[in-house]
Write a protein that binds this ligand. Sequence first.
Ligand code: ARG
Length: 520
Amino acid sequence: MSEDDATTDEQADADSDGADSGEGVVRRDRFAGGPAREFMSSLDADRRIFEADLAVDRAHTLMLAEQEIIEEDTAGEILAALDDIEEAVESEGYGAVLSEGEDVHEAIETAVIERVGPEGGRMHTARSRNDEVATCIRYRLREDVIAVLEAVAETREVLVEAAEEHSETLLPGYTHLQPAQPITVGFWLASYEAALARDASRLLDAFTRINESPLGAAAFAGTTFDVDRQHAAALLGFDGIVENAMDAVSTRDFLLETAGALSGLSVTLSGIAEDLVVYSNRGFVDLDDDYASTSSIMPQKKNPDSLELVRAVAGDAAGAHQALATTLTGLPRSYNRDLQRAGPHVWNVIDDVADAVDVAGGAIATAEWNEETCAAAAGEGFSTATGVADLLAQSGVPFRTAHEVVAVAAEDVAALEDDQTAGGAADPDAAIDVLDDAAHAVLGESITDAVEESALRSALDPTESVASRDSAGGPAPSAVEDAIESAKASLEDDLIAIVATRKGLEGAQERLESGVSEYV
Ligand code: ARG
């Protein structure tokens, strides 16, 4: 990278000399230089679509030859030049080989013409950089989205496995970050697996619209040449074409929805990260050293920095989505140069989002749950209160009255927890005495007149409280095990879709290569 950057800078200096720079093979002098040259250039940002542009050039050239728009020999020379450019970039660096032009498309075309002569200029027949760049962005974005999907699938696998392992590990459940009801670590993990499954589904859905080819739309208004847009699209592994030529070059909605999906995904990740930061703080979980760091001054510290960074990526992704929406808003039809700044918003965040997925998954896979601390905390704050109210209601007391009985007792039951040296729920005998007083006050009878004492003891026990909430999707180990089974099935379906998608792209790549090999 740095070597390339240096070359780009040197070249930019050389280019400012103007006419001697060799500029002008593709652009005429009028458009070659000036003070805005660097500002207008996307050559550096286009590194990301360099490989994509080669593929698009190859597919377009093959299509032109097969449609007899250009001679086979010319196609062969152009395709050989493209191979040569690819090799040169590999050995000498992007900046050294591609310096002539305001973007990668011009630079490659210039390099082709340098190698082939004027006949190389036939490569750009029946197309424009407008359909070309839109195709390149989609081509590259497919790869990146698949990489994110693969990372998400792996992390979902981690969550499913950990949820299975911890389907009975108690954990306090919170609302407003206040102790609310006991749950399990498995239930918490499964809740995020479900969210990640939806994030994946949004990305997969976006993929179907990314994977359509604008190529052949030309500048925006089609072409007089007898192009076969479907064929070029198939050579590039697209499922079809973006039909309307004006729409094809103008729209970046596929980038916007991808950014939206990435933003949603990173919001999910930020929740995972935040919970783990809180759980680390409370001693429920120990992160592996690989996912923590220490303080440069306070030697005792172990900080969950990796998760704080995961949390912060959500800001980048939301920013990218917002920036993109703002850039695209109110653009007139059809192509406008504003669009040059659209792709980078997504390029700037998509790798970080994929990394954040990996880091969150890795942190969970290697975390140690402190089961005793979790279990004690799960009973604190009279977290079983709702279960006691439910029990009274099931015994015929109207729920609102049952709620009142428990509310009257709540403060005193919670205060009993201070007597527990090891923390945890109040002593059940003492809690029952307090509830009895409340029942007399509200119901005018003893609590054991309203409910069986054994049932009351169960309701007050955090483990039994969790086990009793076995409604569909509830935290009871049996319910979480059911949820895990369906999570596994949908993960399997998604994996099949992801693998098939990757295979599809690889197959197209091979077909393109073998198409090229017939000419070169
Ligand atoms: N570098 C440009 C982009 O990224 C390519 C298209 C240029 N088209 C034009 N009409 N100036 O959008």
